[in-house]
Design a protein. Sequence first.
Length: 177
Amino acid sequence: MNAAPLLVIVEDDADFARTLCRSFERRGYVVLHAAGHDALVDLLARHRPGFAVVDLKLGGASGLACVQTLRATDAAMKIVVLTGFASIATAVEAIKLGASHYLAKPSNTDDIEAAFARAGGDIDAPVDGRHSSIKTVEWEHIHQVLVEVDFNISEAARRLGMHRRTLARKLEKRQLR
């Protein structure tokens, strides 16, 4: 008899985490929840999950540290990063740190399970010339700077050459998740 797969969900939004946990439990997973990096480290001292779902933004911290910790724990673990603030910069960093896949919210349990099942890249992925708008380029640059400064708003504003409050207003328009 096969043991149920063990999944850890690293998510600071308690309501979303509870919904995701229940959904995966209905699919036969044993689900553990960690609200942040410290809780994840404590959990990994006692358990060895084979699967992980990590929110990119955990309060004021980056979920990328969790990806790195999970990968160091088990090189074969399937790790999916979820974010409401997808950008090329964070997608690249997540994959470099060991994530198997990177999904933009809203993603459901089907999307996440499909990402767990995909072993590698898709050679048939479209490579046509998607043109980015100036707003998209600006947003990706802002996000790249935020990642570089570990989501420190004041330091990011300084590096971007804008007032902290201006950056805060821009971030309010596009919710970080």
